[in-house]
Design a protein around this ligand. Structure first.
Ligand SMILES: NC(=O)c1ccc[n+]([C@@H]2O[C@H](COP(=O)([O-])OP(=O)(O)OC[C@H]3O[C@@H](n4cnc5c(N)ncnc54)[C@H](O)[C@@H]3O)[C@@H](O)[C@H]2O)c1
Length: 303
């Protein structure tokens, strides 16, 4: 419980709305300086006004998180305005739902570009800076409960969130000796504007296999109107940072689903005491590889 929020600078993608804006408010109230980056300029302007009205020191930048060169400029700008960034929130995300077999490459490229690519670009831009600053810190990437399961309708979205889950877990391991904690947020339902996310889809990914009409958007609004308040969700994120916990999944209703998924994986395993000789052989080979890898890495990267 030694993490100190006060005086840190946080960079939040998707910070102008929904979960990201909730994080901006909650961590701003904890004494963080807040940089919000979002593709929607009007939303950035009103979010910054609202944060400043609360006395939160903040900076807004209009950024498409899929644009790597613009990301570097946004990072330079945020650090010039608010000082070295030591907290990252990869919160921006978009969704589209429909039968998986109807999807086009543009559907894949847009969803993966924002949801996974945005998280990658955030970490590629800032992780070397965070290590260099030596201030420790924390990274929270937003996946979804869909980072644990997928069905036809949510297929591309879920697959992109599986990828966010995987890279975030790996980054937690990579940064463990740098005093930088890493968590993955897996929400089930947030009261947000994500039903409208199709409006941020760029023309270059215009060929969709899905019919996104007003009826579809209204139906999504209806679900998300019943979701958890973003500030409440950000409060759970705050607790997870303090405890440096990998997972943030503050939805009790997710238990049966997660139990059934992990039970299926466990059911696929042979009994623990079967194939003793094979187990020992494979474990020894893995241990030898890990030891050799450590030695090679120490030589090559000074790890
Ligand atoms: N709403 C839910 O029920 C729910 C459930 C599980 C996970 N999530 C995840 O939560 C995160 C936050 O979403 P939300 O529900 O608060 O939605 P939201 O639409 O209210 O907020 C997301 C923000 O991301 C921004 N954004 C979209 N594309 C961008 C881009 N290319 N570059 C920069 N900014 C971009 C949007 O303009 C928006 O302001 C997303 O990653 C989403 O997948 C949401």
């Amino acid at each position: 419980m030694s993490f100190e929020f006060k005086g840190r600078t946080a960079f939040i993608t998707g910070g102008a709305s929904g979960a990201g804006f909730g994080q901006a408010k909650v961590f701003g109230r904890e004494g963080c300086r807040i940089a919000i980056a979002d593709i929607r300029g009007d939303a950035v302007g009103s979010a910054v006004d609202e944060l400043r009205a609360e006395g939160i020191e903040c900076h807004g930048v209009v950024l498409d998180i899929t644009d790597r060169a613009a990301f570097v400029r946004a990072a330079d700008e945020a650090e010039a305005a608010l000082g070295p960034v030591s907290m990252l929130f990869g919160t921006a995300g978009v969704s589209i739902f429909g039968p998986l077999e109807k999807a086009t490459y543009d559907d894949y490229d847009w969803i993966f570009g924002v949801n996974f690519g945005g998280v990658v670009n955030l970490m590629q831009t800032f992780v070397p800076r965070m290590i260099e600053h030596g201030l420790g810190g924390h990274i929270v990437n937003t996946a979804s409960l869909g980072c644990f399961f997928a069905n036809s309708g949510s297929g591309i979205y879920s697959a992109s969130k599986f990828a966010v889950h995987g890279i975030t877990m790996a980054m937690r391991d990579a940064l463990k000796d740098h005093g930088i904690g890493v968590s993955v947020l897996a929400p089930a339902n947030i009261r947000s504007n994500i039903a409208e996310s199709v409006q941020t889809r760029p023309a270059k990914f215009g060929q969709s296999g899905y019919a996104v009409d007003r009826r579809e958007i209204e139906a999504l609004h209806e679900i998300y109107s019943q979701g958890m308040e973003p500030e409440e969700l950000a409060g759970h994120v705050r607790e997870a940072i303090l405890a440096n916990r990998l997972y943030v999944i503050p939805y009790p209703e997710a238990r049966p689903l997660l139990e059934s998924i992990f039970q299926q994986a466990l059911d696929a395993l042979p009994p623990a005491d079967s194939d003793q000789a094979g187990q020992e052989q494979r474990n020894r080979a893995m241990a030898r590889y890990i030891a050799a890898r450590r030695e090679m890495d120490a030589e090559r990267y000074g790890a």
